[in-house]
Design a protein around this ligand. Structure first.
Ligand code: HH2
Length: 284
């Protein structure tokens, strides 16, 4: 079976791997890695060859403590690259919370809008009709506070109720605006205004959310991986932990996993799936 994602159809038989293409000087794990249009195109082609189903293009770091980038600068970073990726043959997601950037990108052609502020902004709300009519998917992410200060003292009375409540409310709103259910993805926003305990509570509760929604999960190389490793592992030592997290998320019902290490993630998911299907055959 296939499902539409913007202009493309993707196989629904397995979780989709979203490869991260950050065009930023300051992202927490790959800032400055890709400079210029040719390098961005080469990196996207590499991610595609490694097994990415979707490329997520971002022009602003939203890591804890990051400085906001002006919409003009963000547009300047992402637009030429989105243009250069049109013939790639893969769905393109734009990771942006700025309506100006999204509006410009929609004119070029994108397949998903990934908004880490969960479509709360009035300008983003005003764009919903255009996004819907283009058949573009949306990812609604939850974030408490702003990137610059969000990790200082995140607080919830009940993190699962609050985060899932927000996501489900946005989902209802999008459905009321005429979005198809399969155009909408929800993401608890791991590490965005959340302590380790908050992240773990949300991860464990994911099946509650996946029952009525499609989930996107981003755990790749995040500090919660280092925390679970029990040592101050630098980003380059978080691969094995990230793979374990991806498999756990897939087991919990994630439909899309957003990752930096595409080849390793695609391999891990393939083996996990092979094992689960042979388990099914044996148990018949
Ligand atoms: N995480 C990051 C950025 N965008 N979008 C969604 N939907 N979910 C996430 O978990 C998520 C996201 C942070 O990761 P990265 O892009 O590698 O870092 P930076 O924000 O420093 O560019």
């Amino acid at each position: 079976m296939t499902q539409r994602l913007g202009r493309y159809g993707l196989d629904t038989g397995r979780p989709w791997v979203m490869g991260i293409l950050n065009l930023t000087p300051d992202s927490f794990s790959d800032g400055g890695l890709v400079r210029g249009i040719d390098a961005a195109r080469a990196r996207a082609q590499q991610l595609q060859a490694q097994g990415a189903d979707i490329i997520d293009v971002g022009g602003e770091s939203t890591r804890p403590g990051a400085e906001a980038v002006s919409p003009e600068e963000e547009t300047h970073r992402v637009l030429p690259v989105l243009e250069a990726l049109q013939d790639l043959g893969l769905p393109l997601s734009l990771d942006s919370r700025r309506p100006q950037v999204v509006a410009a990108a929609m004119k070029i052609g994108i397949d998903m809008v990934n908004d880490v502020t969960g479509f709360r902004d009035a300008g983003m709300q005003a764009l919903l009709g255009t996004i819907r009519d283009a058949g573009c998917a949306v990812c609604v992410m939850h974030m408490q506070g702003e990137p610059q200060t969000m990790q200082q003292a995140p607080q919830y009375a009940d993190v699962v109720t609050e985060v899932f409540g927000f996501l489900q409310q946005q989902q209802q709103h999008l459905l009321a605006c005429g979005f198809r259910a399969d155009q909408i993805f929800l993401d608890p926003g791991f590490g965005f205004g959340k302590t380790l305990a908050h992240n773990l509570a949300l991860l464990q509760a994911l099946p509650q959310l996946s029952a009525g929604s499609q989930l996107l999960v981003g755990l790749s190389r995040k500090s919660l991986i280092a925390a679970l490793l029990g040592r101050d592992a630098p980003v380059r030592e978080r691969l094995a932990g990230s793979l374990a997290a991806v498999l756990y998320a897939a087991q919990q019902g994630a439909r899309i996993v957003r990752v930096h290490d595409v080849q390793e993630t695609a391999d891990a998911l393939r083996v996990w799936q092979g094992l689960s299907s042979s388990f099914h055959m044996r148990s018949l």
